[in-house]
Ligand binder design. Sequence first.
Ligand SMILES: Cc1cc2nc3c(=O)[nH]c(=O)nc-3n(C[C@H](O)[C@H](O)[C@H](O)COP(=O)(O)O)c2cc1C
Length: 173
Amino acid sequence: MMDAQEAIHTRRSVRRFEKREISDEIVELLLSAAMCAPSARNQQPWEFVVIKDRDMLDAIPAFSPYASMAAFAPLGILVCGDTRNLPSPGFWVQDCSAATQNLLISAHALGLGAVWTGVYPMDLSDGRVTGFVKHCHLPDGVVPLAFVVLGYPAETPPKQNRFNEARIHANVW
Ligand SMILES: Cc1cc2nc3c(=O)[nH]c(=O)nc-3n(C[C@H](O)[C@H](O)[C@H](O)COP(=O)(O)O)c2cc1C
């Protein structure tokens, strides 16, 4: 198992997958890592829809075109925010984004490949939010934020060094 520094620095989006199932034990590890994320007032607004059904995965690109790789993947996890009755309602996107990033890093550390495909707030322009709400029967107030597509990797994008000193400001801009 790689350490946290290595996992963070070598993670890349993977969009091509082997035809190999992911076990329920691995899925539980991924979701456990996602739920370790920090959240405002520890409100933990996340909910996860685990999609393994072949027909359900195949239907996703029709309403979420930038998730076309879902039709060739064994697993998708829809990260949603339950926005009902939150103590810090304005922070649910950040909370669920932190959970999504934990999921991606954990997947990479476990030898899986994954890609975050954007859902919220892409609704007025192309209906991705509405598409996932209908597809996964989400109740009112539960908003799909990100759809993570996963599988054993059939490609290995190289590590990139994105360190940029110009983006760092000491004390003041
Ligand atoms: C909010 C968000 C939305 C994204 N949406 C998509 C998407 O719809 N489809 C896709 O293939 N990749 C998507 N990506 C992945 C980015 O394209 C990718 O992270 C970026 O190009 C950097 O590459 P890396 O992940 O390999 O470091 C998204 C990433 C983020 C954080």
